[in-house]
Ligand binder design. Sequence first.
Ligand SMILES: [Fe+2]
Length: 292
Amino acid sequence: MNSVTIRLQPALACAWRRQTTRNSRRIRALQLPCYGASSTDLLPPVQTNLRHYCSGMEQEKGLLFRQLFESVSSTYSYLLADLETKDAVLIDPVLETVDRDIKLIDELGLSLKVAVNTHCHADHITGTGLLKKRLIGVKSAISKHSGATADILLTDGDSIIFGKHCLNVRETPGHTDGCMTLVTGDQSMAFTGDAVLIRGCGRTDFQQGCSKRLYESVHEKIFTLPGHCLIYPAHDYKGQTVSTVDEERKYNPRLTKSLEEFVDIMKNLNLSKPAKIDIAVPANLVCGLHDV
Ligand SMILES: [Fe+2]
């Protein structure tokens, strides 16, 4: 039970739970079609619109790390910075949370160097363009294969360096042509975008989606990382925040199957078109500043 619920009077707690359930169902109903959750993935709803996570465990490595959440599209953004130089990287910023992100960056005394997208998103508009406008010196980055314009076009083996830390690019196409997984230099964390979600994966039925390609990308570029490597996805719809390579190798209900079974599963998801795709994709091809 949520700790907030515990502190409420029983009647009030019941009403709060009913409202929370209704809100969560509404949010989930809007979003599940975007990222390949099937009806069999449905779990009891969770309160997701107040989440704001952080982690202190990386600090002994001199790395600042924050996991941030945007509730409308259930998108995670990740802020990483070198604690000494204050150079920072923001992964998958969302337009609607740019104010929050800038405030945090300011409060922590960081200097944002790169705003990078793991791929050209279909469900939300990236905050990259607005961050570039609002913060001096920020460079946008995305895969060369995304078809999008950006200051930095990345390919397999490239690195984004911030202070003494870096994120290494592993191309993981399949959800889109330009999907990348960003891996920290010590291979302790992988930001998988929509290639691997926690116990799921991105859908492959729009943009340049290809199930076979996604399966091969995951098995060759993500599941070959150390088992303890933490997996941080671009989205989660169930309140999950992190997984590991080992966990997903063992328990991912799709990616543990054979290639043929995986292709069949993905072919039969019968998902509806993402609500924002016609606005988000063209906007994200130009850093998100499309009619904004
Ligand atoms: Fe996506």
